[in-house]
Design a protein around this ligand. Structure first.
Ligand code: SF4
Length: 384
């Protein structure tokens, strides 16, 4: 079972971000822990039953395979709050050696990664950190409203390694507006010089009602350029592959042995349980999602109500389409079963290749993944 905890707190809102966050100066860590553990008891999740609260209908907590603290900024939680949560969530049998058994990821912003915090996270069971670096250019970081400067990224890597956390991923954002004169090649070089085990690369998108959206509306900056997007994405592929990384998913590259097990579970359609505001859960057929705002979520749990805002039961067709989409996102690709034979137009465009009985996207195909999946869906419909 795969467990996701959404930690909504941030110090400020980044210029491009439309996530469900709560900007707070003081982080209500204990309140967050109590609320999430109450939600877990309420959900009666088979994924992880808090110790001392046996649920006769539940499977054993030993089945937890991955835990992911996402946000928001989970690294703003006090380390003892993270420790308390993991004491409840990590299976009893693996608590002594969680580093090798359960993958436990914490998303962290560089400014929160002090040597003391890193040691406390490691002691609590965190064995993977996804670091929101985004760029090594201070002008760019200020434009993004990030609260760290480039120098902090190296300090954070050093602190994590000093605490024994080697499984580190760096997030970088590409395809920024021309006027920032961002040097993507330099940023990739700087990132690789830090020898991360994993990189996640995201193209900048303009989401409604973000500061970036408002800047573009009043002409203060420009929307990201599609050509730049394609050039930088393809460049990153070549550069990272040459450095021994494999792009195992459209936005993610890893050294051997360092793929994200948690995210890989999403991409292979496995069930997962999400806790916290805006968290999603999936049991194989039905997807549920929680109230987005921290206050609404907190109140619902405090009053003994469900925090689920809504749910959708996927039809068989929807599940199949989702399976195709998720499979094509990954390096493994889509098994070529009956409906997916005879797709020669896509092959001739060089967007997909056939490899060991599977359809796999090329980097050029990943650039147009959405339209590719639509084409495949239309093609298979017309053949039925
Ligand atoms: S730190 Fe992350 S979640 Fe918080 S505002 Fe910035 S991008 Fe959004």
């Amino acid at each position: 079972m795969h467990l996701y905890l959404h930690v909504p707190f941030c110090q400020r809102r980044c210029s491009y971000c439309d996530f469900s966050i709560a900007v707070r100066k003081r982080i209500p860590g204990q309140e967050y822990v109590e609320t999430v553990l109450n939600e877990l008891t309420r959900v009666g999740s088979p994924a992880a039953v808090p110790r001392g609260k046996p649920n006769p209908g539940a499977r054993h907590p030993e089945e937890v395979a991955t835990i992911y603290f996402g946000g928001g900024t989970p690294s703003l939680l006090p380390p003892d709050a993270i420790g308390r949560l993991l004491r409840e969530l990590l299976p009893r049998t693996t608590h002594d050696a969680p580093r090798t058994v359960v993958e436990v990821t914490l998303e962290a912003n560089p400014e929160d990664v002090t040597p003391d915090n890193a040691k406390a996270w490691r002691a609590a069971g965190i064995n993977r950190v996804s670091l929101g670096a985004q760029s090594f250019d201070d002008t760019v970081l200020q434009w993004m409203h990030r609260s760290h400067d480039a120098a902090r990224i190296g300090g954070a890597m050093h602190a994590l390694r000093g605490a024994g956390i080697e499984n580190i991923s760096l997030d970088l954002i590409f395809a920024l507006p021309d006027e920032l004169h961002r040097d993507w090649e330099r940023d990739l070089d700087m990132a690789l010089a830090m020898r991360p085990a994993h990189l996640s690369l995201y193209g900048l998108t303009v989401e409604p009602r973000t500061p970036l959206d408002r800047w573009i509306s009043r002409g203060a900056t420009h929307a990201p350029d599609e050509e730049r997007y394609a050039e930088e994405y393809l460049f990153a592929h070549r550069r990272l592959m040459a450095d021994g990384f494999s792009f195992y998913e459209v936005s993610n590259a890893a050294l051997p042995g360092f793929r994200s097990r948690h995210n890989s579970a999403y991409w292979s359609g496995k069930p997962y349980v999400g806790l916290g505001p805006a968290a999603h859960s999936f049991d194989g057929t039905t997807r549920r999602w929680n109230l987005r705002a921290w206050e609404a979520y907190r109140r619902a749990i405090a009053e003994g109500r469900s925090a689920v805002e809504s749910e959708e039961k996927l039809t068989e067709d929807q599940r199949e389409l989702e399976r195709v989409y998720l499979a094509l996102r990954t390096e493994e690709g889509l098994p070529i079963t009956a409906p997916y034979r005879h797709l020669p137009p896509l092959m001739s465009q060089g967007w997909v290749i056939e490899h060991n009985g599977r359809l796999r996207c090329t980097p050029e195909g990943w650039l147009r993944l959405d339209s590719l999946v639509n084409e495949i869906a239309m093609h298979t419909e017309t053949r039925q």
